[in-house]
Design a protein around this ligand. Structure first.
Ligand code: G6P
Length: 609
């Protein structure tokens, strides 16, 4: 959570900071602030509650100037949303922006209060900056010299950037618990939480490793590792295109990302399907093949939308590969005493690769005797990829809308390939891999067809946007899709929505049915459709308001609206059927006028437990 941008340059950087911190709003948007060091070596700080647009308005006529500075967009954890709690925080000559949580902040705060420090905020970040100031004052040493020692006193996560107004030639970046990257410019250098903030000024990045402290000057970068030894970190050339982060003709990123799905699935499949019959993962080697051969169980752990993708994969692993699979929400995995299945393989699933609960689950899993672990992730540079034994990239491209869309469908694409790969390595069934390759080849075309339901969905959305509650029903591998549909609606349209397996309706939720609760039923034409029709009938007889999404015309009663979904092969039906649900949530939210890309209280990358 929280976004950080900092720069040391030879030009006025106010507009740079404002523009670039806005790109990181997906990491939090409760409040925003920046600080510069001016020509007189004083700090200038501007902060405001709300989005970066407010900060832009507040700085507009101020003629601010500074060649070195830092900016922050906040997702509140310690302390309510207020200007006082907004970063940067300052202690005399030191300014800081921070991403993370200091677990022992109360003890350090009371120590510092006894030393006479006055706290203006409720944040744990202000504790860090006063601690640094105290150490500096006590020892008379430079900020860098006291940094390593001071950090040892902090427990928790503290990726941060610090600057000293008495020494305005450098920024100090500390990477612990959340990503920080250095962007290398020509005679200027930058720091940010994510490379997308810096695209356009540089393509060359250094990803700081856990425990690194970096000194960033105009033309020089020095990095110390957690043992305080100077290290060289690899410079990576980014292949992310700047266009990815532009909205183009779309009103919201989420809309763009929904319509981008055929393309992102094609990217995900590229160079991975061979000769129309085999799946090839260049990222995996002999070690993984050996594990796949011997594994008897798969345990997938994830959060949010990624968790729903994992739930679909459970159906595939069990029905296509005959491999038992358990799926768990990461925060539950990390909260209970675990008993591990025999020859179990641990898989994490994450768009960002930074979700704290998932990362913690991976770390715990390493002590538990799994055969090994793999992460399926969209971000190669992420902590999950760095810390996992092996990884598969989803290649969805940058996803900016807080509510996940193309990440979900590309995760499912990779998961289905993985199922096929494992089946073929285990020589369980010869035809499955070939069959899946064939089906995956047509998947992008199927999605293109499904996206054409837009008009019909818009019509449904017009009828539903005033509703207060909604139910989503699905059976078997469509139950997780119902959950994903309900989640999308909650996230962006703020409508209470619940998902149920079709057959479970009669065990309680049927009591809710009346003409005011719209019920979305996902009912593809398959061997289970007859059963689902019975559920539809049960709801009809109780006067429920039904919307069926199916490739069969279902008009059992007049209170049914049927959305005719184009044909799709049964195995990939979950990937297809989520699309109309994404569109439905999107168009309902659009009619309601919510901020679709940045829904209230949420953040895209949740780096706190
Ligand atoms: C947050 C986001 C969700 C996302 C979840 C898991 O809650 O708002 O859209 O599904 O985190 O994120 P991950 O990056 O691990 O997939």
């Amino acid at each position: 959570m929280c976004g950080i941008v900092a720069a040391v340059t030879q030009r006025n950087i106010i507009s740079f900071l404002l523009e670039r911190i806005q790109r990181l709003e997906y990491r939090g948007y409760d409040s925003a602030g920046l600080a510069l060091i001016n020509q007189n070596n004083n700090f200038i700080r501007v902060r405001c509650v709300g989005k970066v647009n407010e900060l832009i308005k507040k700085t507009k006529n101020k003629k601010l100037f500074g060649k070195i500075g830092l900016a922050h967009t906040r997702w509140a954890t310690h302390g309510k949303v207020s200007e006082e709690n907004t970063h940067p925080h300052i202690s005399s000559n030191i300014a800081i922006v921070h991403n993370g949580i200091i677990e022992n902040s109360f003890q350090i705060r009371s120590f510092l209060e006894k030393k006479g420090y006055i706290f203006y905020s409720d944040t744990d970040t202000e504790v860090i900056v006063h601690l640094l100031h105290w150490e500096q004052k006590k020892t008379g040493k430079s900020l860098l010299e006291i940094m390593h020692y001071s950090l040892m006193k902090l427990k928790g996560n503290y990726s941060m950037v610090v600057m000293d107004s008495k020494n305005s030639s450098k920024l100090i970046a500390v990477c612990s618990g959340s990503p920080l990257i250095i962007g290398l410019g020509a005679g200027e250098n930058f720091i940010a939480s994510d490379q997308i903030a810096l695209l356009g000024v540089t393509k060359h990045f250094i990803y700081l490793k856990e425990g690194d402290i970096a000194i960033v000057k105009l033309k020089k970068i020095k990095i110390f590792n957690q043992n305080n030894c100077i290290v060289q970190r690899k410079i990576i050339e980014s292949d992310i295109k700047y266009e990815y982060i532009k909205k183009g003709k779309y009103k919201y990123y989420m809309e763009k990302e929904i319509y981008e799905q055929p393309k992102s699935i094609r990217n995900t499949l590229k160079n991975r399907l061979k000769d129309n019959k085999t799946i090839y993962f260049p990222e995996l080697g002999k070690k993984e093949t050996n594990i796949f051969l011997h594994l008897e169980h798969i345990h997938i752990v994830a959060c949010g939308t990624s968790y729903h993708a994992a739930m679909v994969a459970k159906h595939w692993f069990e029905s296509l590969a005959n491999i038992p699979c358990d799926v768990e929400v990461a925060s539950e995995f990390t909260s209970r005493k675990l008993a591990i299945r025999r020859k179990s393989f641990f898989v994490t699933l994450s768009q960002s690769g930074e979700t704290a609960d998932t990362l913690m689950a991976l770390r715990i899993s390493k002590k538990l005797g799994y055969l090994g672990n793999l992460t399926i992730c969209n971000m190669k540079s992420s902590s999950l990829v760095q810390e996992s034994d092996s990884y598969l990239l989803t290649k969805a491209g940058v996803e900016i809308g807080v509510a996940s869309t193309k990440s979900f469908t590309t995760q499912l694409t990779v998961l289905l390939m993985l199922v096929a790969k494992i089946v073929s390595i285990k020589k369980k069934e010869d035809n499955i891999e070939k069959k899946i390759v064939k089906i995956l080849t047509v998947l992008p075309y199927r999605i293109e067809e499904i996206l054409k339901t837009k008009k019909a969905i818009q019509n449904i959305a017009k009828k539903l946007y005033n509703t207060k509650n909604m139910l989503f029903l699905g059976r078997n591998d469509q139950y997780p899709i119902a959950m994903e549909g309900a989640l999308k609606l909650k996230e962006i349209a703020y409508i209470h929505a619940e998902a149920y397996p079709c057959g479970e309706l009669k065990h309680g939720p049927l009591a809710l049915i009346d003409k005011d609760i719209p019920i979305i039923i996902i009912a593809p034409k398959n061997s289970l459709l007859e059963k689902t029709k019975k559920n539809i009938q049960e709801i009809c007889t109780r006067g429920g308001l039904i919307y069926v999404f199916s490739d069969e015309e279902i008009n059992l009663e007049k209170n049914i609206t049927c959305l005719k979904v184009p044909y799709v092969e049964e195995i990939i039906a979950p990937i297809s059927y989520v699309i109309p649900l994404q569109l439905l949530a999107y168009y309902i939210a659009l009619s309601k006028g919510t901020n679709i890309d940045q829904p209230r209280n949420l953040a895209k990358s949740v780096t706190v437990e």
